[in-house]
Write a new protein. Structure first.
Length: 150
């Protein structure tokens, strides 16, 4: 890929979209439920991530909010919608998916992703060579598609 440069407003949009998608991607159920300690009542203590996840459904006054009044007509949970949008992108354009996944979920830089894609292309005897500018364009395209599908 030739080295491209996104306009400033497009680059700012990509940064905003990546932060937004990263936040909602990471709102899934935590892997770790307990820490290796006992709480004041003698039960295994919940991990802080799990406690935050459980408490996210409670209103400030202690009532449980089922989410009925906040639901949009489509699937209300943005995390699930983000996952579905990522799957749709994976089916439509695997390279864009890889770039977006590495950036949003794994937190890998654009430069490292360009190097990773180039090394894989070399290993597989493919002619493609990726530059950070080209990967940034792929990231912009992928993020724009996923944001439009949410």
């Amino acid at each position: 890929m030739d080295d491209y440069q996104l306009p400033e407003n497009a680059a700012a949009s990509v940064d905003e979209w990546v932060r937004f998608l990263s936040h909602h991607w990471k709102q899934e159920v935590p892997n770790k439920i307990h820490v290796r300690q006992i709480d004041a009542g003698g039960a295994p203590e919940w991990s802080p991530e799990f406690a935050r996840w459980v408490d996210r459904g409670y209103e400030e006054d202690g009532r449980w909010d089922s989410g009925a009044k906040k639901r949009a007509p489509r699937n209300p949970e943005l995390r699930l919608r983000a996952t579905r949008a990522f799957r749709k992108l994976r089916k439509k354009n695997i390279r864009e998916f890889e770039v977006l996944y590495r950036t949003v979920v794994l937190g890998v830089s654009i430069t490292d992703t360009a190097e990773w894609l180039t090394q894989r292309a070399i290993r597989n005897n493919k002619p493609e060579r990726y530059t950070p500018g080209g990967v940034q364009v792929l990231l912009y395209s992928a993020a724009h598609k996923v944001m439009s599908w949410l």
